[in-house]
Ligand binder design. Structure first.
Ligand SMILES: [Fe+2]
Ligand SMILES: [Fe+2]
Length: 454
């Protein structure tokens, strides 16, 4: 090991014994000064004073500020300190970490060997010289077709140097394609560790588009229960024309036909054969219809957006079981009060947005972007939603439309259509204070007939 440098390491764990053990193990092998903290928030306070450590080793789950909170704080300060999480769960499935760089996991329970090799790997400088073997070439035409890449793209300057062109968040636009074509650049590179997400994204795009196109719209199976009467009732109250209804229904049939082709989803699709007033199927169908109507009123109705909102409607509560679904109003109330942990059902309901989103991310037939909408479907833009307490700027427009559509359906269902729909705006003023949400609520209600009572 060539780590002769004096290291400054920050160790965070809520258990004092683990802090001591980590400090001991690290000091036994490295020339290191260790500072220990027993919560994420304490560590953040320390980092606010001085962020420059050589390494951070942190427990992932802690009651007062998690390891993820510390990691996010560091990133917000543009610090790239190598970060090691200690966790018993596989963190590569944590949505917030999937797109982030600069972290590694040490599995709990950990051995000294595992800790020390993870630390050495995290601190080792990139080995120059074998550049090309660590990057995989990808043609311009391909990245152009993909649009959203899910992996940073590099261009080769010479045998020793790659320059990063895009982040994994950025889109590859037609303008960029033109620019590189003009420069006669035909190949880009994806780093080896990004190849898997890159291929997944590519597959998802190709397969989901192909699946959508392969459903014959003139020959849709009439096998799914669509409570047409209820759909008509809600659209009449909103003052919506039959045409909005038809289009939404067609999209739903098409999406459900795709889902029905997945043998592993047999059980899930049964929920759409069940005729049960205001049950799971009605909830999804009405959400899709409402989202489609809002899109139309906002003049944003394109097929791609409609498709994403439809899939999001079908799957957003997919990981809730029947009992959790039936009692979700009660569970959601508890979560709003801050109780997220007192029973398994409550924990499942609290994590259903993350879990359902993760399923959609994995399913290649599901259009790209659905996972993001589902992840945010219990956010409210005021920072008090879950799972991430996002503010309005952190939520996409499509997700906002979905949030309002789903919530409106909840409102409609709760009052069984007996409260005038225009009261929705007043009743939800506090829940969605941000003007971007108010604008969506305005478009939702803009055609409501003036004389409507209930
Ligand atoms: Fe829902
Ligand atoms: Fe939900």
């Amino acid at each position: 090991m060539n780590l002769v440098k004096h290291l400054r390491v920050l160790v965070v764990d809520d258990l004092e014994d683990i802090q001591e053990l980590l400090a001991f193990m690290l000091q036994s092998s490295f020339h290191a000064t260790i500072e220990t903290f027993s919560s994420g928030n304490q560590a953040i306070e320390r980092l606010k004073k001085e962020p420059s450590f050589d390494l951070i080793v942190s427990d992932y789950q802690m009651p007062d500020g998690s390891g993820l909170d510390v990691f996010k704080f560091l990133k917000s300060q543009q610090q790239n300190t190598p970060f090691l999480f200690l966790s018993g769960n596989d963190l590569k499935y944590e949505l917030e970490l999937q797109r982030a760089e600069g972290w590694k996991q040490i599995n709990k329970p950990f051995t000294e060997q595992a800790l020390l090799s993870a630390v050495s790997a995290a601190l080792a400088p990139e080995t120059p010289g074998e550049l090309s073997s660590k990057y995989v070439p990808v043609r311009l035409q391909l990245v152009e077709r993909m649009g959203k890449l899910n992996a940073p793209l590099f261009v080769k300057i010479n045998e020793q140097k790659m320059v990063q062109l895009t982040t994994d968040e950025s889109d590859f636009t037609p303008e960029m394609a033109q620019k590189y074509r003009d420069k006669k650049i035909e190949h880009f590179f994806v780093r080896e560790d990004h190849v898997e997400p890159f291929i997944h994204e590519f597959q998802k795009k190709v397969i989901s588009e192909d699946a959508w196109a392969s459903v014959d719209v003139n020959d849709l199976p009439e096998v799914f229960s669509m409570n047409v009467e209820l759909m008509r009732d809600i659209s009449e109250k909103l003052g919506w024309k039959d045409s909005a209804l038809k289009l939404a229904e067609q999209c739903l049939q098409r999406a459900l036909a795709i889902v029905a082709r997945q043998p592993s989803l047999d059980k899930f699709i049964q929920r759409f054969h069940k005729i049960e007033r205001l049950g799971y199927a009605d909830h999804c169908v009405l959400t899709a219809l409402t989202a489609a109507g809002i899109l139309k009123n906002l003049e944003l109705q394109d097929e791609d957006a409609l498709k994403k909102l439809t899939f999001a409607s079908i799957f957003h509560d997919a990981t809730l079981n029947d009992i959790q679904y039936e009692n979700k109003r009660k569970f959601l109330k508890n979560i709003t009060k801050g109780d997220v942990n007192s029973s398994k059902d409550l924990r499942d309901v609290h994590s259903h947005a993350i879990n359902s989103s993760e399923l959609c991310r994995q399913w290649v037939f599901c259009p790209i972007g659905v996972e993001g909408i589902i992840l945010d479907h219990h956010e409210n833009g005021a920072g008090t939603g879950f799972p991430n307490g996002k503010v309005a700027d952190q939520i996409s427009d499509l997700a906002k439309i979905f949030i309002v559509a789903e919530d409106f359906v909840e409102f409609f269902t709760e009052f069984n259509g007996k409260v005038p729909v225009k009261d929705y705006k007043r009743l939800r003023q506090d829940q969605f204070p941000h003007q971007s949400f108010q604008k969506i609520i305005y478009s939702l209600l803009k055609d409501v007939p003036e004389d409507q009572v209930a």
